[in-house]
Design a protein around this ligand. Sequence first.
Ligand code: CA
Length: 232
Amino acid sequence: MANQLKQILIVEDEQAIADNIAFAVETEHMEPVHAATAGAAEERLGERSIDLIVLDVGLPDESGFDFCRRIRAKSDVPIIFLTARESEIDRIVGLELGADDYMAKPFSPRELTARIRAILRRSGQAVPMSGHARPEPVFAVDEKTKTIVYKGAPLDLSRYEFRMLELMIRHPGQVFSRGQLMDHAWEEPDASYDRTVDTHIKTLRSKLRNVDPECACLQTRRGFGYCLRVGE
Ligand code: CA
């Protein structure tokens, strides 16, 4: 992987909470670094290049507020406060601490990692959504709304077109005869209507080409039928 994992310093003296956050951070493909005290956090900051700090307000050796002030004097690393009390939220919001966000306990670790991502994105340090950069799917089928999205653009399809294309998307590369397509798409298939399939394939092609003029994925296999080839 080209991107180095983002290092998230978790400054929290309650082990169970720190573990929860660390697990959520790891799940999101970032690297948790734990410190149970402000002193330990300061050491970690000296040792590593930390991308963001999750900072508990109530630490045993120093208040999170004071720690934040000291950090801010020398660094603008993003900071998210964790608070246990309403009065602390008032202070974070009211004081010029330079915090980027805050969360009140109890909080959802997933909500916290969503905010971590948002802040890293804002500060131009995008985190890949997963270990592998997954390309957008060429086709996406939404069964509920009966829509098919092609390269990000929803297609305006008739019922028959939807059913034929959906079948081919589910079985990329497989060749379907006109009869098979008709059986799948029409409630009352009629073998004499082979040309109907051809007509719908033709309009499907032109709808795909409205999105991508180069689209050649809906292929004719002479003597057999049609198939969908993606990513060639
Ligand atoms: Ca605490």
